[in-house]
Design a protein around this ligand. Sequence first.
Ligand code: NAP
Ligand code: G4F
Length: 348
Amino acid sequence: MEKIAFITGITGQDGSYLSELLLSKQEYKYIFGIIRRSSKFDSSSRIDHLTSNPRFILKYGDVTDSYSIINILKHISTLKTDDTVLEIYHLAAQSHVQISFEIPEYTGQVDAVGTLKILEAVRICGMIKNTRIYNATTSELYGKVVESPQTENTPFYPRSPYGVAKLYSYWIAKNYREAYDMFVCNGILFNHTSPRRGENFILRKITLGISKIYKGTETKLVLGNLDSQRDLGHAKDYVYGMWLMLQQDAPDDFVLSTGKMYKIRHLVEKAFKHINIDIVWEGSGLDEVGVDKKTGRVLVTIDKKYFRPAEVDELLGDCTKAKTILKWHHHYEIDDIIKEMMDFDCKN
Ligand code: NAP
Ligand code: G4F
């Protein structure tokens, strides 16, 4: 069966791994993606190695600009037959939770209304038939969790402008599924990371910071809340789950998670072990420090600027539904992920 894919957020962590996955499958005639204009050319560094492939096509676009989406869909419609399946992976987002408190309106326009624009563009272009849409929602929907672990049936309680915007995105996708019989799946994905993770998300900040301490270019790591807990997987496992959702006979919503959660302080300890440093914690609150057990050198300090106005204390997923229906399971454990990221950051 011939397929065409269209990825929003193609320059991001998940977009890059998903592009590699789809290019490895010959049934995808083309993989389209939108990139945003940037004042520097390096904003596409995660996918630069793919751009020489003639099946990989990038266009300028923005999910806040309906015309750019409609134009791409119109272009795609000229390349497909009635039987070609179009898979849209809607990954574009202002994806940083803390930053969403600083740019709440913009976050709403991209993460909430952006999803509506994708769904409406498909509808008004008359492309509902044979189009399947993956919508990137998040475990941040659970926010101040009302039960643990969280499943597809756990009530939502978002704790940030990002979480609230994704709540709209989740419901508008479900509404279009019910109202217009669209094939739309919400992926409720727990944190996933990799060496391609943005540098201001926690585990990448930790591995990059430690690699700089190792190389002697930085002296310490400055962090926020060490006691929140996250269920962390590898992005490669998670993009495979996105793909599986669109290969089912009927659209549905799925949690993807590892079922294990770790405190941020334990991630710090695990990552430092890769450069043979044992961290011990001294003091409390904003005065807490992480000290090299052997030398007594202070390597981790706390700054209140990294604390959020409202925190999500813990997230732990139960992905039994994805295991049963999609036959999805994660391959990477936390120690594999930290090793890959530490090796990558220490080398580069
Ligand atoms: P990411 O690395 O931050 O990538 C975000 C992508 O969205 C980038 O390609 C970015 O483009 C693009 N983008 C942002 N605003 C846009 C706009 N207005 N128009 C078009 N593109 C725009 O995020 P990720 O980790 O790959 O996550 C992918 C999706 O999954 C996001 O929707 C995120 O919210 C969601 N999610 C992520 C996780 C996770 O742990 N990684 C978990 C649950 C859900 P630029 O490169 O130009 O900035
Ligand atoms: O790495 P984070 O910024 O990720 P967060 O907030 O969990 O969000 C990520 O996962 C979501 C899925 O659950 C995605 F939807 C979302 O797009 C994003 O990918 O922070 C993780 C935890 C937080 O509790 C934060 O308070 O780490 C804590 N933290 C402590 N110090 C820090 C820092 N987070 C960051 N970014 N930087 C710090 O210095």
